[in-house]
Design a protein around this ligand. Structure first.
Ligand code: S3P
Length: 449
């Protein structure tokens, strides 16, 4: 364990840049590994989750190499060409690696065993096992709590797999992507029906690599995604935009620390990801987009954020999928806002890297915030801008191997009287290895002004 007390520091000023998007980084390696020819990726997130994906793709035959200039170069095996891995695939903490790779394996004639850390080994895999079984894959999962199916898990892919039409029972980009990736090596058309839109990086990138994929939108917002197999993918250049989910921590930090005036450069603003910034604006946050542009087929801007007096709101549950990873840090903003913030429709947060409703409830209460937990959300009565008391001497926030809990409470510490003690900062490396050095650079005034 690597504990740390995060304390109030001066205003956050200057310019920073956050690392590449985690979702896009995973997908660049996976599709590069299935493409013919060379894929060159700049701005790849070098976090532990993405390195788990890189390791697995190497174990199945692709060449994935980091060059000295920071680019990652991938030589793929071609769709249908994945090789039998010789050892279990260690997915570490990464749900995205696990579920998307299960999709890839499902339509190849190989057997693979997936293992992960204590957090990942509790997470439900039934949501991907169900559609991939319909396509012909066979699974031997471990029994989890409440009848769930979990890692360690062995699976055998089907070749040829059967194309399916699958209506997503949960709003999950991981399940959607698993089925589409399985469809790549499946003859015929694989169809995913998505009643509630989720992040669409897979669709954008599959098209970019040359797959034939069509998206039809119905009047009620339902999306019907059709992928034509067997696809042929061609290697390409990819520039990964900055991760809005990582930028979120510094956006909220600048909003709640008095005197802050910060520019965060190169933040991905795909509409299926960016709802947090709209919610914070509706709470009174000054967040301005500068130089909106396109990077690697994704909308991007620099965000100019200034300290703001925030007011609590009721968050519309319809926006949940487009900020599903940002609720822990939104709860911190709410704890500093004036009045009550109410969130609902957050059942999915209970099956992330930790039960983020229960864990954030306990964490914020320990830091002195007023929080009520409901079945599907939190209700938070904010301080109106007054700093939180902070965690008492000798007590620490339990992060439960969840990077976003650790970073959220680190930010809460910046707006506290006595500081917030986090029990373990190591999980931060799963998605944002330079989080602490960026924060320390801002504290010492070494961020670019
Ligand atoms: C992700 C999808 C989301 C998100 C996760 C990354 C992806 O998960 O929470 O961090 O890259 O597809 P769900 O599909 O479970 O909502």
């Amino acid at each position: 364990m690597r504990p740390r007390r995060f304390r109030a520091m001066g205003p956050l000023t200057g310019r920073i840049r956050v690392p590449g998007d985690k979702s896009i980084s995973h997908r660049s390696i996976m599709l590069g590994a299935l493409a013919l020819g060379e894929t060159r990726v700049s701005g790849l997130l070098e976090g532990e989750d993405v390195l788990s994906t890189a390791g697995a793709m190497r174990a199945m035959g692709a060449s994935v190499v980091r060059e000295d200039n920071g680019d990652w170069v991938i030589h793929g095996v071609g769709v249908g060409g994945l090789l039998q891995p010789q050892a279990a695939l260690d997915m570490g903490n990464s749900g995205t690696s696990t579920r998307l790779l299960m999709g890839l394996v499902a339509s190849h004639a190989i057997t693979a065993t997936f293992v992960g850390d204590a957090s990942l080994s509790k997470r439900p895999m039934g949501r991907v096992i169900e559609p991939l079984s319909l396509m012909g894959a066979e699974f031997t999962p471990s029994p989890g709590a409440n009848g769930s199916q979990t890692l360690p898990l062995m699976m055998r892919g089907a070749a040829p797999a059967v194309p399916i039409t699958y209506r997503l029972p949960v709003a999950s980009a991981q399940v959607k992507s698993a089925v589409l990736l399985a469809g790549l090596n499946t003859p015929g058309i694989t169809t995913v029906i998505e009643p509630i839109p989720t992040r669409d990086h897979s669709e954008r990138m599959l098209k970019g690599f040359g797959a034939r994929l069509e998206v039809e939108r119905e009047a009620d917002g339902t999306r019907i995604i059709r992928l034509h197999g067997e696809a042929e993918l061609t290697g390409r250049r990819i520039t990964v935009p900055g991760d809005p989910s990582s930028a979120a921590f510094f956006v909220v930090a600048a909003l709640i620390v008095p005197g802050s005036d910060l520019v965060i450069e190169n933040v991905g603003l795909n509409p299926t990801r960016a709802a947090l910034f709209d919610v914070l604006r509706a709470m009174g946050g000054h967040i301005e987009e500068l130089d909106r542009r396109e990077v690697g087929g994704e909308p991007v801007a620099d965000l100019h954020v200034r300290h703001s007096a925030l007011t609590g709101i009721a968050v519309d549950p319809a926006v949940v999928p487009s900020m599903v990873d940002e609720f822990p840090i939104l709860f911190v903003a709410a704890a500093l806002a004036k009045g009550r913030t109410v969130t609902t429709g957050l059942e999915e947060l209970r099956v992330k890297e930790s039960d983020r409703l229960a864990v954030m409830h306990a964490a914020l209460e320990l830091a002195g915030a007023r929080v009520t937990e409901t079945e599907d959300g939190l209700m938070i009565d904010g301080t109106g801008g007054e700093p939180l008391p902070g965690t008492p001497e000798g007590a620490a926030i339990a992060t439960h191997l969840d990077h976003r809990i650790a970073m959220s409470l680190a930010v809460a510490g910046l707006a506290s009287k006595g500081g917030v003690e986090v029990d373990d900062t190591r999980p931060i490396a799963t998605s944002f290895p330079v989080f602490e050095s960026l924060l320390d650079g801002l504290a010492s005034g070494t961020a670019r002004a």
